[in-house]
Design a protein around this ligand. Structure first.
Ligand SMILES: CC(=O)SCCNC(=O)CCNC(=O)[C@H](O)C(C)(C)COP(=O)(O)OP(=O)(O)OC[C@H]1O[C@@H](n2cnc3c(N)ncnc32)[C@H](O)[C@@H]1OP(=O)(O)O
Ligand SMILES: O=C(O)CCC(=O)C(=O)O
Ligand SMILES: [Zn+2]
Length: 405
């Protein structure tokens, strides 16, 4: 009987887009706002090509009005003729920005403006009626140029819900391709995300994009819940880089989604390229891949405790929700420590091509654990304990045979 996936989408959840989400990768926009990022054109071209090869649906680029170089970079990336990813640029709700953006050759423009009282008062100083008026003007202009348009409210979760419903239904009627909902300060939790998206979805017919910061560690969970509530597009960055501690990390998001819908994720994204993509960005922004990074952290597929090792050797699904092979990686059983057990050591004895009975393996395991109580062990330590033990028991055996002959 086919087993149902306990982590799969709920089949009765008709609004859910868990099995048809798309990725808007913002490594070259939000990621450029990461404290350590200084991207040259060459670096941006390399990252754009790698994102395209991985298969992200869209690549979002820094506003062309940020600097002359930024504008040239947008144009150069548009000219790459990427095979999969469409190109967006991220602009203020501002006519000048829109005029510059549509001349760069992008496929779409992501417009944003702050709607919370914090941002209305201290960022741009405009009220909701001004915001609505300029949104209409800028959206109509971008649409007239035949490129995709998305309108987003910055700091959506601290914005007044009536303001949000009014502005989103207005821009929806203008025919935007997507609206964006942003947790700009990373304070939202999954339940709030679900409720806000369901409420907004009831007044718009266009698709919903979401943008989650990770200040309180909820970014991936919020992204997943957003899809469950009916959002379709998730903003990501490689390694989650971005302003402050960044946004939804592409790799971690892939880990979340492959568990929910393996067929969709494997058919759409080149998962075996995730490690190279992360290494490329990590090198460019000069950070290490975190040890506990989903998928590519150095110990993401390392099993240590004896109980885990035994079960993993019997069936990897016992303690693995992700299959390392899906990402071109392999699992590792860490047996050189005092938490090891005889099953793990038996596997090592077999790898070393030695013959020991189960009782002998249990005895040598006790020796390894005793040594592991004294100091940290490495593989060579364990191998030499096994080999010495093997030599001893073989010699004993030979002596016994000599005596009986
Ligand atoms: C949450 C986010 O990550 S949003 C994306 C952030 N991205 C960026 O900031 C891109 C890089 N930014 C830049 O290069 C510059 O800030 C520029 C070119 C956009 C603007 O530079 P400046 O004109 O020197 O203004 P400065 O950066 O000091 O202040 C921001 C200006 O944008 C205005 N503004 C801020 N957000 C918006 C918006 N969404 N729509 C319209 N105007 C806005 C502010 O009112 C302010 O203009 P003012 O000084 O005339 O009041
Ligand atoms: O444009 C958006 O939707 C998000 C902008 C942004 O980076 C943020 O609000 O944190
Ligand atoms: Zn952001």
């Amino acid at each position: 009987m086919a087993q149902t996936n306990p982590y799969g989408p709920n089949p009765s959840d008709f609004l859910s887009n868990v099995s048809k989400f798309q990725i808007i990768d913002s490594t070259l926009r939000e990621g450029e706002q990461f404290a350590n990022a200084f991207f040259t054109l060459d670096m941006k071209l390399k990252i754009a090509k790698a994102l395209d090869e991985f298969g992200v649906d869209y690549i979002e680029l820094t506003s062309p009005v940020a600097s002359e170089q930024a504008r040239e970079e947008v144009e150069a990336i548009c000219k790459l003729g990427l095979k999969t990813s469409k190109i967006l640029t991220h602009i203020r709700c501002h006519m000048h920005d829109a005029k510059v953006a549509v001349e760069t050759g992008v496929d779409g423009v992501n417009i944003f403006i702050g709607t919370s009282s914090f941002l209305r008062q201290h960022s741009h100083g405009k009220d909701m009626s001004y915001i609505t008026k300029s949104a209409i003007e800028v959206i109509e202009f971008v649409k007239s140029k035949g490129v995709e348009v998305r309108f987003s409210t910055e700091d959506s979760f601290r914005s007044d819900i009536v303001d949000l419903l009014n502005i989103y239904s207005t821009v929806d009627k203008l025919g935007v391709n997507r609206i964006g909902i942003a947790d700009t300060v990373g304070g939202a939790n999954p339940r709030q995300v679900y409720e806000l998206i369901r409420t907004i979805k009831s007044v718009v017919s266009c698709d919903i994009e979401t943008h989650f910061h990770n200040d309180t560690g909820c970014a991936i969970a919020n992204a997943y819940t957003a899809l469950e509530a009916g959002a379709k597009y998730i903003d990501t960055c490689v390694l989650g880089i971005g302003e402050r501690n960044g946004i939804v990390p592409l790799g971690g998001f892939m880990a979340r989604m492959i568990v929910a819908d393996p067929d969709y994720v494997k058919s759409k994204y080149q998962l075996k390229k995730i490690r190279d993509l992360e290494n490329l960005v990590a090198d460019i922004v000069q950070v290490n891949i975190p040890f506990n990074n989903p998928i590519t952290g150095f110990c993401a597929f390392t099993h240590k405790a004896g109980i885990h090792a035994k079960a993993i050797l019997a069936n990897p699904s016992t303690y693995e929700i992700l299959n390392p092979e899906d990402f071109g990686l392999s699992r590792y059983i860490h047996f050189a420590n005092r938490l090891t057990g005889w099953n793990a050591i038996k596997s090592r004895v077999e790898q070393l091509n030695l013959k020991l009975s189960d009782d002998q393996i249990k005895e040598v395991t006790t020796k390894i654990k005793l040594m592991g109580d004294v100091r940290p062990l490495n593989i060579e330590d364990v191998d030499s304990i096994i080999k010495d033990y093997h030599a001893d028991v073989s010699e004993e055996h030979a002596n016994k045979r000599q005596k009986t002959n």
